[in-house]
Design a protein around this ligand. Structure first.
Ligand code: SF4
Length: 222
């Protein structure tokens, strides 16, 4: 079956079954494909962005330009501590203890927000990393609070080439950082160009032995 049609069917089926859906979106290319698929069906869907305060300026500019163009419901999730407060208290945690930094700035705000939803759409793909190779289209995520929700990744079996082909066909812009050689884009201090071209996430937390920020380590992925 055509992969776009398969992804559309997955989106429709999950929306029909769920009562309170959301999308987490870091505005990487695959997230924008899922966003576009979802907006065809549910224009008022909450689009959750983890606003860590450490993103590249290009990410904030692209987020705002795309929001203006597509008109989606952007929800910026903020940590309890501002970037300045955190650095005053703990210094550069992204250098000394990135696990704690991700916990404060990504995991805690996201898991708090997700308790309001029963269906969580993501742009995850198997090809992105060895840690995602066994990803299924639909999984169950269990938060530390015990809240359970259906986690849906409509592009689970897509290649990066297919992602960019979709954006081209739909005339959707992508983050300009891709043009500079970045393949997986997160917070600026923890993102470099990939060390291993066959592993797009090998530029994330380079040299710190970390491949995930902790928000995708629940349910079957554990
Ligand atoms: S990716 Fe880096 S800067 Fe962003 S929250 Fe995690 S450790 Fe901190």
């Amino acid at each position: 079956m055509d992969k776009v049609k398969k992804a559309q069917d997955l989106v429709r089926e999950a929306l029909a079954q769920g009562r309170s859906p959301c999308l987490t979106c870091s505005f990487q290319a695959e997230d924008v494909v899922v966003l576009h698929l979802l907006l065809q069906e549910r224009p008022d869907l909450p689009v959750l962005f983890l606003d860590t305060g450490y993103h590249f300026p290009e990410v904030y500019a692209y987020r705002d330009a795309l929001q203006k163009r597509l008109g989606f419901r952007l929800v910026n999730l903020l940590p309890d501590l501002s970037r300045e407060e955190q650095e005053r208290l703990y210094g550069r945690l992204y250098e000394t203890d990135p696990g704690r930094c991700c916990a404060i700035r990504k995991v805690d705000p996201l898991f708090r927000a997700l308790t309001a939803y029963d269906t969580w759409f993501t742009g995850l793909r198997r090809e992105q990393s060895p840690t995602r190779a066994a990803l299924e289209a639909v999984e169950e995520a269990v938060l530390p609070s015990g809240h359970r929700l259906k986690k849906v990744s409509p592009l689970y079996d897509w290649t990066l080439k297919e992602v960019f082909a979709y954006l081209a066909v739909q005339d959707l812009p992508y983050l300009p950082l891709y043009e500079e050689g970045y393949l997986s884009i997160g917070c600026a201090p923890c993102t470099a160009k990939p060390l291993d071209p066959s592993d797009p996430r090998s530029g994330r937390w380079a040299g710190k032995g970390k491949l995930e920020c902790g928000i995708h380590l629940h349910g079957k992925e554990e």
